[in-house]
Design a protein around this ligand. Structure first.
Ligand code: SF4
Length: 470
């Protein structure tokens, strides 16, 4: 995004503060556009005026150009976004659209295998720091080189409702499949030096995004520029060479492409990047080694700068590291990962169970919760909104305060759930003990600094020697 201040956006808005965009003021809207939590098109008064008024149309055009991401955003299927990145390094801002992970089926696989693989893609869910990690889509590879065989499998895969990539260098096969599955907006892969004229014609005719592919960066740039100039949403594939020097060269090509796009503002090549870790399966080695290399390649390019990938192994040991790494790279470093504040019941607590408190920083919360769950200890766990900060930082920074704790206890009506008036606070919040007792009127017990020791601590200290009655 070229623009760096909301004021630059604000200047071109109607400045009527009408609120139609869902924000109270045009300045607030501008700030959200800058933050990518709102789109220029959400300002309906401007969009409507632009249809009749030349000046408004120019302003709208300028705003769109100013706020367009550095890397083009491409949509596959209904709403899977790839690309749309702004920076080379996550710490400069954030990365926006996680690398989309597609898993292959080929049109020469038997029906049972295709169904099994598609089901695994659809059903994969891994719980991680408060959310489920999933897989994105299915790449249908045309191995038969037979348009009728290819379309049959493409239609079958479309039935699974996941975004699709149609993989063939034969334009006839691509076109035959698109006739029947165009409505699913698949990405077509790939146009190269030999077939690009036909693939371009097909991409335009069926209005679908397309991948251009070449190891030669000049050729890749020329192909991308040609496709983009015809209005085709374009993804670039610099060819993934999976081994030795080839892998090193692939990495260098990818870094050069993204640097050229962002630092040199080269609009010919500012496209999402396709990487194919599946190429590790070309090795003449055992399957475990192939899976290993596929995962290594995927990990390397999730870090730098793949926007979409095609993989083969659906084994948990291949997928788990990839989706976990992706989740970490694509979290927003400006916003700590947090959970909903409130009161949680752990292991069916009763009226005599201890009441404990922690913060809503996801890593702290899930550590405490899982330590309690696995210990079998019953308890009530208050989760304080500290803006996603951990205990020590929030105590020091003023987000973990006695008045906020009191408010949380009142909101959750925790006093109605137990017969005692004891609250166990983390050891790292020990210095709040006196102030918390004054504010809440409850007896404050200082627990361990590490929730891994909570079980042993509770065994020694709960129930307290002297019960305080309400
Ligand atoms: S809809 Fe447009 S004019 Fe109205 S408040 Fe939002 S930005 Fe301003």
């Amino acid at each position: 995004m070229k623009v760096k201040s909301p004021l630059e956006i604000y200047k071109l808005l109607p400045q009527t503060n009408c609120g139609e965009c869902g924000f109270d003021t045009c300045m607030s809207f501008a700030a959200h556009v800058l933050d990518r939590t709102a789109k220029i098109e959400d300002c309906k008064p401007l969009v409507e005026k632009a249809k009749k008024d030349k000046k408004a149309a120019e302003k709208l055009k300028k705003l769109k150009e100013m706020t367009a991401p550095e890397i083009d955003e491409v949509i596959i299927g209904k709403d899977l976004k790839i690309g749309g990145e702004e920076v080379l390094h996550r710490h400069e801002l954030t990365f926006f659209n996680p690398t989309a992970l597609f898993f292959d089926v080929s049109d020469t696989m038997d029906e049972k295998t295709i169904d099994e693989r598609c089901s695994r893609v659809v059903e994969y869910r891994k719980f991680y720091v408060g959310r489920y990690l999933t897989l994105d889509g299915i790449a249908v590879r045309c191995v038969s080189n037979d348009p009728e065989v290819f379309v049959r499998v493409a239609k079958k895969v479309a039935g699974y409702g996941k975004p699709m990539i149609l993989v063939s260098l034969n334009p006839k096969c691509l076109e035959r499949a698109l006739k029947d599955v165009k409505e699913y907006n698949p990405l077509i892969y790939a146009a190269n030096e030999e077939n690009y004229k036909e693939v371009l014609k097909i991409a335009k005719k069926y209005d679908v995004p397309a991948v251009v592919r070449s190891k030669d960066l000049d050729m890749l740039k020329s192909l991308a520029a040609t496709f983009k100039s015809h209005g085709v949403k374009t993804v670039i594939d610099p060819v993934t060479e999976p081994f030795g020097k080839g892998l090193q060269k692939t990495f260098e090509r990818v870094v050069q492409i993204r640097r050229t796009a962002i630092m040199m503002q080269d609009k010919d090549i500012n496209c999402p990047i396709m990487i194919t870790p599946i190429s590790a399966w070309m090795a003449k080695s055992d399957d475990v080694s192939k899976m290993y290399w596929e995962t290594v390649i995927a990990a390397l390019f999730i870090v730098k700068y793949a926007d979409v990938m095609i993989l083969h192994s659906l084994e948990p040991h291949s997928i788990m590291p990839i989706v976990t790494l992706r989740a970490n790279i694509y979290t927003d470093p400006r916003t700590p990962v947090q959970v909903e504040p409130g009161l949680r019941a752990i292991n069916n607590p009763d009226r005599s169970s201890p009441v404990m408190i922690t913060t809503n920083f996801a890593l702290t919360y899930y550590t405490v919760e899982s330590d309690l769950q696995s210990s079998g200890a019953k308890g009530w766990l208050l989760v304080l909104d500290t803006g996603g900060l951990g205990v020590e930082v929030s105590v020091a920074g003023g987000q973990f305060t006695p008045d906020k704790v009191k408010k949380l206890m009142e909101e959750t009506k925790v006093a109605e759930k137990v017969d005692h008036r004891y609250l166990i606070i983390p050891g790292l919040a020990a210095r709040l003990q006196g102030a918390l007792e004054d504010e809440t009127g409850w007896k404050i017990l200082v627990g361990p600094t590490d929730s891994g020791r909570l079980k042993a601590w509770l065994e020694q200290n709960w129930p307290p020697k002297k019960e305080v009655k309400s």
